[in-house]
Structure formats: structure tokens, C-alpha cells
Design a protein around this ligand. Structure first.
Ligand SMILES: Nc1ncnc2c1ncn2[C@@H]1O[C@H](COP(=O)(O)OP(=O)(O)OP(=O)(O)O)[C@@H](O)[C@H]1O
Ligand SMILES: [Mg+2]
Length: 302
């Protein structure tokens, strides 16, 4: 069985009697890219801070690499790289020199700096002062710092916020390479389903401090469905005639709606309805975005 790199049990964080994180059970398998997805204020940053020992849980427990957090804080943190909120640097120093500070802390050779500059594609800018870096370059330098000691686990809080599409793509490609490059498990938070969809192998959806869904991303993908909505003169009669089919059907006073589960089902549906007066037929797709918006209670503009 695959080991879980992170496991939390009923993790809670309460600010002034309000639970910002409410009994969260996170399970992140080794080698996963875990997308921690939720709208603004869902509790993502609060959870990540607890995992990193920057905030104390009000109750519940955390295990990282099978060790208890915060009991074994020092040994756990040695194997983690993280970027929470905006990174801070010495602006007057070059990217290289900023990385040198961290390399010295970890006792790493200069080759570690060169490697990581290469990975985040900052080698051509290594000797420029960081205060002259663009926003995207600073973000990549922040990730370089988080990666310099080849951590077993990388925790990134919304690393693509504020980046342009090319910058987002660059970070996405970089994150995707990490599990094979360094054997790193990645936990990345985001409020964008589309972003998580493009990189994550696993997903946890948080809303109002509660975990709504957690599994392999493919399991979420399978929840996408299409429906056939058929307006009929007598929908209840049509509904009755189809009850033995085993299809997922709902009915109201103007239409029946049938979930499309199998190829060729549409033909069978019209076969069943050949003696009914059909007024209109439309197909509705429930996309991942629809599911996410349903769950997180944010209404989509039509
Ligand atoms: N130090 C604090 N004191 C009081 N309330 C807090 C504190 N930190 C966070 N909260 C509250 O906890 C809730 C979750 O906040 P959190 O920052 O974890 O959300 P988030 O998912 O990271 O949102 P965003 O996408 O906006 O970054 C919010 O309602 C926030 O107001
Ligand atoms: Mg946040």
C-alpha cells in the first residue's frame, strides 16, 4: 500500500469561537500532486499553516512522513519546502545570493543553487538584484528557495496568484516535473478548479472550513454527467413507462430528465418514447466546474 505523506485527523482551527477549519481529514499519498481547492476564505491557508507548525490547531492531529506534528517539528520541517503567501527576499541582493543564504543554512554546495536556478528557469537572471525582478520571477525564486534542499514534500499556497498565463504555465510545468525529478510530493492550494485539473493527481475540496470531497482527481472527473431533458405532453406517464429501465430519471409537470450513463442510451430512450408526444429535447452537461460551483455554493452567471 502507498504511504501517506500527510495525514490529518479531525483537524480544527478556531478563531474567536468561529471554526475556520472544521474536522479536516487530509490524506496525501506519496508522489501525489494534491490540489487543495476552495474559494476565498475556505480555510486553505489556515490549514497549510497548521501543517507547517505556523499555527496551532485548536483540536485534531497531524502526521507528516508518519511522524507527529508539532511534536517532531524540527525533523519534519527539514524535509519540507514551502511558499505561503508572498515570498520575502533581500531585494538588493541577486537571486543567486538570496539562494546562497539558504544553501548555507542547509549546508548545501553551490551546485545546489545552480540546479535550482535551472529548474525555475532563472539562470539568465541569477546575478540581477531581486528588486529588479518581475512578479513572476520573484514567485519562481520563492519556489527555488522552497526547493533548494530537495524536500520530500513541497507545500505551495496559491503560487500562481497574480501571474500572467505564461507565468502560470511555467509554474505548472515545474510542479508537474517535481514528483519524478526529486521524488517530491506536492500540496498546492488554489481557488481555481481549472488550474487544479491541469496538474493534480489528487484533490481535496474545502469550503467553509469543511472538506467536501477528497480522492484521486479521476474519481472527481467521473462525477461529470450529461442529462437529456425531454419536454412532453404527459411526462408522468412517460416516467411510469420507463421505470423498469433502471435509468436515473426525474420528472416534473412538463418534462422528464434522464441521466446519460451508457453509450447508445439515447436511442433506447427515444425508442421508449415513440408513442409519446415530445415537445422539445435538450441535453445538459454537468461539468466539473458546475459540480464545484454547486458544492461551494457560488452561483454561476448564466
Ligand atoms: N488570524 C485570524 N484571525 C481571525 N480569523 C482568521 C484568521 N486567519 C484566518 N481567519 C479566517 O479564517 C477563514 C479562512 O481563512 P483562510 O485564509 O484560511 O482562507 P483561504 O481559503 O486561504 O482563502 P483565500 O483564497 O482568500 O486565501 C476566513 O474566514 C478568515 O477570515
Ligand atoms: Mg489563502
Amino acid at each position: 500500500m502507498m504511504n501517506n505523506i500527510i495525514e490529518t485527523h479531525d483537524l480544527c482551527c478556531q478563531f474567536n469561537r468561529i471554526k475556520s477549519v472544521d474536522k479536516i481529514n487530509i490524506q496525501i499519498p506519496e508522489g501525489a500532486i494534491y490540489g487543495f481547492l476552495g474559494p476565498n476564505g475556505a480555510g486553505k491557508t489556515t490549514t497549510l499553516k497548521m501543517l507547517l507548525g505556523l499555527l496551532n490547531p485548536s483540536s485534531g492531529s497531524i502526521k507528516i512522513f508518519g511522524e507527529k506534528m508539532p511534536t517532531n517539528r524540527i525533523s519534519i520541517l527539514r524535509e519540507i519546502g514551502s511558499l505561503i503567501e508572498s515570498p520575502s527576499f533581500y531585494g538588493h541582493l541577486s537571486g543567486y545570493k538570496n539562494l546562497k543564504i539558504f544553501a548555507s543554512i542547509y549546508g548545501l554546495p553551490n551546485s545546489a543553487i545552480e540546479d535550482v536556478l535551472n529548474i525555475v528557469e532563472l539562470t539568465p537572471h541569477a546575478n540581477r538584484p531581486v528588486k529588479h525582478y518581475s512578479f513572476g520571477m520573484k514567485q519562481r525564486l520563492g519556489i527555488a528557495i522552497a526547493l533548494i534542499h530537495k524536500p520530500k514534500l513541497l507545500i505551495l499556497d496559491e503560487p500562481t496568484n497574480g501571474l500572467d498565463p505564461a507565468g502560470i504555465q511555467q509554474i505548472r510545468d515545474l510542479i508537474k516535473r517535481l514528483p519524478t525529478l526529486y521524488n517530491t510530493t506536492v500540496l498546492i492550494s488554489s481557488h481555481l478548479l481549472s488550474e487544479v485539473e491541469q496538474i493534480a493527481t489528487h484533490v481535496g475540496i474545502i469550503h467553509g472550513g469543511k472538506m467536501l470531497f477528497q480522492d484521486a482527481f479521476d474519481v472527481l472527473r467521473k462525477q461529470q454527467t450529461s442529462y437529456l431533458i425531454i419536454d412532453l405532453e404527459d411526462p408522468s406517464k412517460a416516467y411510469q413507462s420507463m421505470q423498469k429501465t433502471g435509468w436515473d430519471i426525474t420528472v416534473n409537470h412538463t418534462a422528464i430528465s434522464i441521466r446519460l450513463d451508457t453509450p447508445g442510451q439515447k436511442t433506447k430512450i427515444f425508442e421508449c418514447l415513440k408513442n409519446f408526444n415530445i415537445i422539445n429535447v435538450k441535453e445538459k452537461h454537468r461539468s466539473l466546474e458546475d459540480i464545484f460551483l454547486d458544492w461551494t455554493g457560488v452561483k454561476k452567471e448564466v
